[in-house]
Every structure is written in C-alpha cells, then in structure tokens.
Design a protein around this ligand. Sequence first.
Ligand code: UDP
Length: 327
Amino acid sequence: MSTQKPLVLVTGGAGYIGSNTTLQLLDAGYDVVVVDNLSRGHRAAVDPERLREVDLLDTDGLYRVLTERPVAAVIHFAAFIAVGESMKTPEIYFRNNLAGTLSLLTAMVRAGVKNIVFSSTAAVYGMPDVSPIPESAAKRPVNAYGETKLMVETMLDWFDRIHHLRGICLRYFNASGADPLCRAGESHEPETHLIPLMFEAIRSGKPMTLFGEDYPTPDGTCIRDYIHVSDLARAHIVAVESLLAGGPSNRYNVGTGTGYSVMEVVAAVEHVTGSPVPYSFGPRRDGDPPSLVADSSRLQGELGWKPVDSDLPRIVDTAWRWFNRDR
Ligand code: UDP
C-alpha cells in the first residue's frame, strides 16, 4: 500500500502543463489542490473536488486555500504564455504574471508556506549568444512575456533572502506532446503553438503561417528545443522533492539539448499523421529568437532528472492522439 505524500498546491492546474503535472503528482502519491480562475484553463481538466476557483490577485482567497490544510509546497503555473500577445498587451502580462505572483508570495508568507516551484521560461534569455544555453547565460528578454518571468525570478531571490521562502525556477523550453494515456494535453484558446496549429491546418485544410524563412539557421526557420510535457512534469516532481528534502533555491533549464527547425517539425508531423501540412511562409513573429536550445546538465546532474519521452516522433504521436481524442 502506498503512503500518502504531502499536499501540493498547484496554481494553473487546469492548464496544459499544470494538468499534466497534477496527474503525475497524484500518480506519485501526492495529495493535490488546484487553484485556477479558469480564465484560460479547462474545468474538465481538474477533479472538481480538488479545484478552488480563485484569482491570483485575490490574496485573501489564496491565503484561505493555503491554510485549509497544511500545504508542503506550491507549484506555480498560472500565467499568460503567448509571446505575440505579450507584445500587444503587455499590461495584462505584468498584471497577471508579475502582480499575480506577488499576491501569491504574499499569501504564502502569511500562511508560512516556504517552498515554491516556479514555471519560468527560455524566453528569459532573449537572443542568446551561446548554444546550448546554460543557466548562467545573459538574461535579456526580447518579449514582455519573458520579462515578466525574469522579474518573478528576481522577486523570488529577495523572498528567499528576506523570508527564507525557497524557490526552484524551471526554465521551460518548448513544452509539447500529451499524456501518453491521453488523460491531458494541450488545448489553448486561441491556439498559438506550432504542433497543435499544424494539426488544425491538417484538419481544416486551411494553410497555417510559418513565421519567417530567412533566419540564420540551416533551413532558414527557427530552431526550438521541444520537451515532452511528461518529462517537464517529472522535472516539477524532482524539484518539489529537492525542496522538501531541504534543498536550496535554484534555477534549472528544462530541455533536451537537441533543437529542431520549424521545417523539421513539419516533416515529423507529416510522417506521424500521414497527411501533408498546409502552410505558407509569412514574416517573422515579433520577439522570436532564431534558436533556443537548452543545456540542462545542471538539472540532470543535481536533481537526477533526464528526458525519456522527448524524441520528436513520440511528442507528435502523443499530441496527435490527444488532438483526436473525441473522434
Ligand atoms: N511558429 C510558426 N507559426 C505559428 C506558430 C509558431 O511558425 O503559427 C513558430 C514560431 O515562430 C517558433 C516555433 O514555431 O519558431 C515555436 O513557436 P511556439 O509558439 O509553438 O512556441 P514558443 O517558441 O513561442 O514558446
């Protein structure tokens, strides 16, 4: 019989990475309560008994959830994540991602909850001049989304120094794929991510736009490090375990170390689905660096994590099965 592990509070547990991580926490024997305002998440992604519909800016509401039962750690996913949108309406990004996190940290300090795992991003690096990118690389975000995440990382440093609230920041590269058992996956509204947009283009027959064909890369399209959401979820579990064992605050890249161009993703999607992806080339998207590939050796060396589900065909195959789940 497995013993019940501590209670973890997951913000944004109705979203893509949050719902996958919640499933893995439950599979691993943790108890979980989810905070989500459902502004972009999906009610159906969360067990109703675990869901507390609270907005991040509602500090008192967060405090109530944090003190309902003893919370050992918070995993903080809830955030806006669309790079393009952040360059059009930065105000909602700073309000939700930065002020919302400040509200959460304020509630945690009041409730005496001292451990947090934070969803950060490769976008903190901006246009890196090294590849693969180590955690020590210069942080110069080129979009407002990345700036909000970097500002939270900085805020967390101060909360550690002053309140001894320890935080592990996981800098995600390109989260992709779906739960292999098809219990959770990616469904953003509107969708902005490459792989699900390719599936939508296949289904509708309407060409999607590939952003830029003149990047300084071998085939002219952007290179990204696609990490399977199950590997990403496991990174959160090892991070929580490190904090619960008394480990220090830290920052870790979460990626595979291998980059694929947009055209290589097109080829993988066509191979897995057996259908051509209808597309045309458009201009570059504002705020898109040419290449983002992770050096995740720190996470591998210090916390013993390694990617096991992230080869591109498996990513596309699990995502495709999720996309077709109701058919
Ligand atoms: N991309 C594209 N067309 C789209 C959406 C994305 O060409 O409709 C490209 C984008 O420019 C980037 C890559 O696909 O090079 C991954 O973008 P996505 O939005 O999935 O993730 P991000 O890198 O922004 O986290």
